[in-house]
Design a protein around this ligand. Structure first.
Ligand code: NAD
Length: 356
């Protein structure tokens, strides 16, 4: 039987009594939707009396999730929280998957923290907050310190693996926090990913994620350049992909996220769907900004990271149509430059990027 909206409304009193077995998931976007679906499906299979609570700023996101989940698991206990505060009140495990630092600050400062503060000390100390957003390290540390001041525990657990990994449940979680907190959240993470790596204390998971994405941002642009140049030199993109894929230039951007349609014979990267899905250029631009911030704070030179950040900024300024598309669309941007005779060399790219 398909449940009515009424029976899915959050009954705080009823859920409070089952708080220990409840999990709240806040942020059902491209990643969060898939992660929550996996987690709730597996938790439901393990213990059918588990309580699931979802929350998103966009009501259509929660109703879409509810309809799909309840169609597959008609007996599940799924509720929609009207605010992050409500979501924090009723669940011992609270997971957030939000776009960036401002959203995390707002959800925690105006929702989760006030919610936790109204609970008894014993309920607070058994609460775990897991934030999987990719955000600024210092913001994450401030939020974690406010959460731990209430007695609850928190880890930063950004992910690697993209929407495909989120859907398949094969994400890698890069975790920062106390060793005990890491051990406690591992069973939950294992239902959404195939690997959880304890990177160090609070903020260390994010530091690892930001370093990885800085490298990836550079790698994807370099792949686009090589694939474009190869075709200009008369090479077939599938042949070039096969050569690089088995040579020293081999990397994820060539072998999995190749930006040239038809280059990966038996795979379907975002370029085959006009760069739809995947990891948005806007999110990569955000991550290059996070990398630039920490590199400056740590006085660590990153000339290629900075240059790549400027290229993504230039794309956002000149081609807003590509900001929501996969970041491999940098290839489409460069190809367009070649076709319209706007080929620049050397510093001209970056001087103009700064002016853009
Ligand atoms: P998204 O924009 O698709 O989803 C974010 C969700 O958060 C949206 O549903 C939005 O409505 C919700 N939200 C925003 N503010 C809110 C608030 N105040 N209260 C409740 N809900 C709120 O983003 P995404 O692609 O799912 O990415 C999420 C995070 O994961 C980002 O930090 C991103 O950098 C990181 N990430 C994304 C990918 C990817 O491939 N998309 C891969 C790895 C990491």
């Amino acid at each position: 039987m398909r449940p009515t909206t009424r029976c899915l409304q959050l009954n705080v009193e009823r859920l409070m009594s089952r708080r220990q077995k409840s999990t709240s998931f806040i942020g059902l976007g491209r990643m969060g939707y898939e992660m929550a679906f996996n987690l709730f499906s597996k938790q439901h299979a393990l213990a059918s009396d588990s309580q699931f609570v979802i929350c998103d700023a966009v009501p259509a996101s929660t109703t879409r999730f509810r309809d799909a989940f309840m169609a597959q698991f008609p007996g599940a206990q799924l509720s929609i929280a009207s605010s992050p505060e409500e979501a924090a009140l009723v669940s011992q495990t609270i997971i957030t998957m939000l776009p960036a630092s401002p959203h995390v600050l707002s959800v925690y400062n105006a929702g989760i923290l006030p919610g936790l503060q109204t609970l008894s000390r014993s309920l607070r100390t058994t609460t775990f907050c897991i934030d999987s957003t990719t955000l600024d390290v210092s913001v994450a540390k401030d939020v974690a310190s406010a959460v731990t001041a209430t007695g609850a525990q928190m880890v930063d657990a950004p992910v690697s693996g993209g929407v495909t990994g989120a859907k398949a449940g094969t994400l890698s979680f890069l975790v920062g926090g106390e060793t005990g907190a890491f051990a406690s959240v591992q069973p939950v993470l294992s239902m959404m990913g195939s690997r959880a790596i304890h990177c160090g204390p609070t903020g260390a998971g994010l530091a690892a994620k930001i370093c990885n994405n800085m490298l990836l941002g550079v790698q994807q642009i370099a792949t686009a350049e090589a694939m474009l140049l190869g075709q200009k030199l008369g090479l077939d993109p599938a042949v070039l992909t096969s050569v690089i894929g088995s040579s020293t230039g081999s990397c994820w951007s060539v072998n999995v996220n190749n930006p040239v349609p038809g280059a990966l014979v038996d795979k379907a990267p975002p370029c085959e769907r006009d760069y739809e899905g995947g990891f948005a250029t806007a999110l990569m631009l955000k991550d290059m900004g996070l990398a630039a911030t920490v590199a400056e704070q740590a006085a660590s030179p990153s000339p290629l990271g900075e240059a790549a950040g400027q290229i993504y900024a230039k794309i956002a300024a000149e081609r807003p149509d590509l900001t929501g598309k996969d970041f491999s669309s940098v290839y489409a941007y460069l190809k367009d430059k070649a076709e319209t005779g706007q080929v620049m060399h050397g510093e001209a790219w970056f001087v103009r990027a700064k002016d853009a």
